[in-house]
Design a binder for this molecule. Sequence first.
Ligand code: C5P
Length: 250
Amino acid sequence: MSEITPPSGAIPRTAAVIPAAGLGLRLGGGTPKALRELGGTPMLVHAVRAMARARAVSLVVVVAPPDGVGKTRSLLDEHPAPPGVTQLVVAGGATRQESVRLGLAALPEDVGVVLVHDAARPLVPVTTVDAVVEAVRAGAPAVVPALPVTDTVKQIAVPAVAGEPEPVVATPDRALLRAVQTPQGFDRATLAEAHAAHAAGGDATDCAGLVERLGVPVVLVPGHEEAFKVTRPLDLVLAEAVLARRRPPS
Ligand code: C5P
């Protein structure tokens, strides 16, 4: 558990960690995904702003590719955070899990609530961020925004053979499935414990999964359709359309 004990009754400080050290190869285009522009502004800057807009957040830690720390710092200097919010850049690792762990290691001791948010979800509305923070502050150790699944999902046999039709082994009941988003919110001590317990060679694509493996309950709150992950070229088109809809008419 954490060594940090805030004075009783005090609201613990909230920080956001943004893993942005991935290459984003599925998007194509040659530029690292986090630096691709949406509405003329790099995706990473949108993601940082989305966290900084939440009233609870006073620190945003961006985890950059190890060879891109200087460039990321310059980028954030060009796009300063709102008053009262500090931006910090640290070097990431080979996997998302490693990058998050390095981001957590950079948090000051007085942080008690941590949001982990993918740079690849630049347009998450502040209402979703606030709802996640509120649920953690209300006592949930791990909170994940999620949406019902609209596609029917098939489970395939492992290992699938590349190029061959894939054998189906199951069709899970869609009503019981949820697609999860970020920011995922955590009691800091719980998240640190989960990462420490699974540090060796892990490649968890979501932090809540590590908390589940500790046996600690994880709860879902409603996600938002605008919190989608920009992964493929078509997602860029959708993201531009969402931004255009948000812009006030001139
Ligand atoms: O690859 P995927 O889209 O799941 O990555 C999710 C997030 O994790 C992205 O924001 C990406 O930049 C980040 N990531 C990272 N370090 C890695 C791999 C991915 O910070 N080594």
